[in-house]
Write a protein that binds this ligand. Sequence first.
Ligand SMILES: NC(=O)c1ccc[n+]([C@@H]2O[C@H](COP(=O)([O-])OP(=O)(O)OC[C@H]3O[C@@H](n4cnc5c(N)ncnc54)[C@H](O)[C@@H]3O)[C@@H](O)[C@H]2O)c1
Length: 462
Amino acid sequence: MENLEISKIMNLESDQIDSCLNSDIIKVAVIGIGRIGLPTAILFAKSGLSTIGVDINKNLVEKIQNKIFPLNDEPGMKELFDDVLSNQKFSVTTDIQNALSQTNVVILSLPTPMTDENIPDYSSLESVGQQLHDFLNPGSLVIVESTVEPGFVENTLISIIEGNDKKFEAGKTFGIGVCPETANPGEILKDFKNLPRLIGGINKKSQELISSIYSHVFSVDLIPMPNCKTANAVKLTTNVFRDVNIAFVNELAILFEKLGIDIFTVLDAAKRKYNFQVHYPGSGVGGPCLPVNSYQLINSARSNSLSIPKLISISREINEKMPFHTLELLNDALNSINKKLEKSTIGILGISYKPNVKDIQLAPAEKIISKLKSLKCNVKIFDPYFISTNIFSIDSESKFEDMVKNSDAILVLTSHQEFSSINPEIFTKLMKIPLIVDTRGLFDPKELNKLKIVFRGIGRPN
Ligand SMILES: NC(=O)c1ccc[n+]([C@@H]2O[C@H](COP(=O)([O-])OP(=O)(O)OC[C@H]3O[C@@H](n4cnc5c(N)ncnc54)[C@H](O)[C@@H]3O)[C@@H](O)[C@H]2O)c1
């Protein structure tokens, strides 16, 4: 840093920050350059701020250093990536100590997964917190974009950064706040341009500085929050809302199958009422956010010795049973043509946890495939985002037709946009007895019926 005094941005007055944003005084490190951190770092660099992306994944860092953009399912980002690399505003490294020595704004976009026992795992944030204690420039500003439960920043992360030796004091010798990321994978650039951002700080100064910097980078509304924990609670509320509502329609779907009512017909009509917000059933809820976020709120209650939220817990239970309901439908469909699920060949269409993204984190497909393997089934996968890839220990097909041919059943787990052009007649041509189990409402049951395709679907009467 040329001028260490000015680089202490916690010493700046609000009216000084704008001029700093337009000179080269503010230098940003984004720690964790995955799905969220890399696009964030690119946008910061694009706004003219020198930005260093830091990651422990050497392969990822080398790829980016070789100008290979790793997120090809994010429309519009590749162009910005090329742009910031050629402007030399953006660089990447695995060396966090070196990156911290050159920067005075640090954004944490680290993963916050959960353990196999559904306990939130904040170990990445905790270990980087320790590195901040060791190497952060005094006077810097730390912004947590990772999704954490309310209180984690105030009660855990700050103590780690301050250290037992009290090297730092939050709000005084470093600023800290949160801007929980709410962008949707596959639509990150669009969301960056449209979604308002929540800004909470440990004190007013931290919050104001974060707001000034973010308003330089993003032209969206910034919503000031009274503190960090409220901002984190808003982020969790929006995602848990979805998890709970999906559980509600999953529960209805199973009931309506038995009552001879089609859930998609119900939802199409219901959504025309102004205060009904539609959610769709499926084979389960996956991804890095929704399931984890529900458990984060549950963990919040547990760690504060409060009663466990019942609705959230039961919603998780319902959503976690959907892969098994999917297998029941598959078994039932095969039995209806005198075939057994055991040792059958199942072609899976779509493996990602949601449409139009290359992401299998906590995808329901994993549980389904594991059960199919235990029944000695031959599992074939076709997913345009995973062509000829080893996935869940299966080599995926390169051609849709190869997945269909010789399969006893086609199981639709994700409805990528590419699948909307599939003409179901292909199944009658390539399968001996065409059979489809559709968990996503991809196919029209009437059309399949006309083609005499054996059909089961989540929320569909048979
Ligand atoms: N992906 C989403 O849909 C989404 C949306 C909104 C918010 N979020 C939240 O954003 C945060 C980041 O999620 P993501 O999807 O970008 O995760 P990700 O796994 O894609 O990226 C995280 C990156 O951090 C790196 N990393 C891990 N430990 C590190 C360490 N000690 N030092 C440096 N780098 C380290 C990993 O190598 C990885 O590249 C999470 O809290 C997540 O809940 C994710």
